[in-house]
Ligand binder design. Structure first.
Ligand code: ASP
Length: 302
């Protein structure tokens, strides 16, 4: 029964940058994340631990816009967002604008498990991470040359497309053999963001949602639109109140509602029956799925 899906962001990868080496590195990272989460569940572990394990692999990989490799804000720094939800009891945790915790998804988990709150922001969230004894890193730890070049292009007004700026957010959704669903999402946000901008990724019901009666969802794309469409919760609602399956519900929101609004991106979702949906309306979405039927696949473009 265990099933897991991961994403590494939706958007455009300019073909010139999608060298065979880079393509191979994306596939390998997605597979490593899937295997990390799946192995835990195969050994009897719960989906909540599986999504944290999978997201951590991608946060630590500089290829992705989460943890190390996060995009730069307009002022040349990094402000990270992450969230997690436990479908078995609808508990959730999230952090936004954190600057020095190595793995923001672990901090979101601790907000859920060890604080009376759901969402913490900025310096307060970083203080909570210190209190919890999470690994601290200097803000430059998250920097990579590729992301710096993206910021420079952005500041010169030369970004090749809005989509490019959003590629690389990561997320995981999983169903364990106890029937528990969980979802987690982590991101550096959008290149050149300012004024303390917050996207959908740390917002429960927008970028992340999980409930055992329907599905677990993690989103990636132009966050402003995903917030307005309450994407993750909308997929759950279509399943609950219209009786749709996870594939149809995710398609309805990503390929219709978001397209009508003008929001590009996609989601990964797993239903309580173990079905996996990975729709996206952008040219590409780094994604992968693995389940107990032996399915193991990773993909980049359509
Ligand atoms: N959704 C993220 C945000 O708006 C970005 C992304 O998914 O690439 O912050």
């Amino acid at each position: 029964m265990p099933a897991i899906a991961v994403h590494g962001g939706a958007g455009v990868i300019p073909t010139a940058e999608l060298t065979p080496e880079r393509r191979q590195a994306f596939h390998a990272a997605l597979e490593a994340a899937l295997r990390a989460g799946f192995a835990l569940m195969e050994a009897g572990g719960v989906s909540l631990d599986a999504v944290v394990a999978a997201v951590k692999v991608l946060e630590d990989d500089p290829l992705f816009n989460a943890g190390r490799g996060s995009v730069f804000t307009a002022s040349g720094e990094h402000e990270l967002d992450a969230s997690i939800m436990d479908g078995s009891d609808l508990r959730a945790g999230s952090v936004t604008g954190v600057r020095q915790v190595r793995n923001p998804v672990e901090l979101a988990r601790l907000v859920m498990d060890r604080s009376p709150h759901v969402m913490l922001s900025g310096p307060g969230a970083d203080d909570f991470a210190i209190e919890m004894g999470l690994e601290q890193v200097p803000n430059e730890y998250f920097s990579t040359e590729r992301r710096r070049a993206e910021l420079e292009r952005h500041l010169r007004g030369e970004a090749r497309s809005g989509d490019e700026a959003v590629l690389g957010t990561v997320g995981a959704v999983a169903l364990d053999s106890h029937g528990n669903l969980a979802a987690a999402t982590s991101t550096g946000g959008m290149t050149g963001k300012k004024w303390g901008r917050i996207g959908d990724s740390p917002i429960i019901g927008a970028g992340t949602y999980a409930a055992n009666d329907c599905c677990a969802v993690s989103a990636t794309g132009h966050g402003e639109y995903f917030i307005r469409a309450a994407v993750a919760h909308e997929i759950a609602s279509l399943m609950r109140y219209r009786g749709m399956g996870v594939v149809a519900a995710a398609d309805e929101v990503v390929m219709k509602q978001l397209v009508t609004l003008g929001g590009s991106g996609g989601v990964i979702a797993v239903g309580r029956d173990g079905s996996i949906a990975m729709p996206f309306n952008s040219p590409g979405m780094l994604r992968g799925a693995m389940d107990s039927s032996g399915r193991l696949e990773t993909a980049i473009l359509r």
